[in-house]
Design a protein around this ligand. Structure first.
Ligand SMILES: [Zn+2]
Ligand SMILES: [Zn+2]
Length: 247
């Protein structure tokens, strides 16, 4: 199974990366995590007719702005979008005239599923829990090919964060802050915070993504973040756009 990081920035695109999106290419399905502008690159990787599922964590623009270019995916199979309540309303509001092409005009069918916190076995086995961010946000834990992949973005370190990452083969965690301020109004994580979550959860591997482009203006700053996280959790990688991780 492969995880392809399509966009690894939070907030806005920069020379270092596009806004956040990742693709899990598993045996039975393609699973897209969030829809920042990085999602446009999924076109290069979705080649088979496996089901395609898109899981949105929340509706901040850096996680949904790529829906504006969704027609680029050029898939034949339907796309099912999952998120918490409010998903249908959000899609109807933003992805409609006069802002963007309505999703109903896409060349492929789009289905939507509004989730409540809990465990699910259809169409794949997964769990979703609310995280500690300024607006309601889900983190996810997927059970795929006898492996566990957890995705937590956006959030400050919290109990559900650690629960979702428990023993995960791969924890993909946000890193919006370079140094998290004491009065963290928005709710993001810095490299040390992500390292602590991975260590407490006894995850096997940590990939940092959703780097604040203001806090991590260069690739070197991401490598510095990786070094700092590794002091707490050794098996840490800072993700970059185009990076592929095998699990
Ligand atoms: Zn974000
Ligand atoms: Zn956010």
């Amino acid at each position: 199974m492969k995880i392809i990081f399509l966009g690894t920035n939070g907030w806005y695109d920069s020379a270092v990366g596009s806004t956040v999106s990742a693709l899990i290419d598993s045996k039975d399905a393609y699973i897209i995590l969030d829809a920042g502008f990085g999602i446009v690159k999924a076109r290069d990787y979705i080649k088979e007719d496996k089901p395609v599922y898109l899981f949105l964590t929340h509706f901040h623009m850096d996680h949904v702005c790529g829906l504006h270019a969704l027609s680029r995916l050029n898939i034949k199979q339907p796309l099912t979008i999952f998120s918490h309540s409010g998903l249908k309303k959000m899609l109807k509001t933003i992805f409609d005239h006069p802002y963007a092409m309505p999703l109903s005009d896409m060349s492929f069918q789009i289905k939507t599923v509004e989730l409540k916190e809990g465990n699910f076995i259809q169409p794949i086995k997964f769990e979703c829990r609310s995280l500690d961010h300024i607006d309601y946000t889900f983190g996810y834990r997927f059970y795929l090919e006898d492996k566990i992949i957890s995705y937590c973005s956006d959030t400050k370190p919290c109990i559900n964060d650690i629960k979702l990452a428990d023993g995960a083969d791969l924890l993909i965690h946000e890193c919006g802050w370079n140094i998290r301020p004491a009065d963290d109004f928005w709710g993001h994580t810095d490299p040390e915070g992500a390292g602590e979550v991975a260590a407490k959860a006894r995850a096997k591997k940590l990939c940092l993504t959703h780097f604040g482009p203001n806090a991590f203006e260069t690739r070197a700053k991401r490598f510095d973040g990786q070094k700092r996280a590794r002091k707490i959790f050794k098996n840490t990688l800072s993700a970059f756009d185009g990076m592929v991780v095998k699990v």
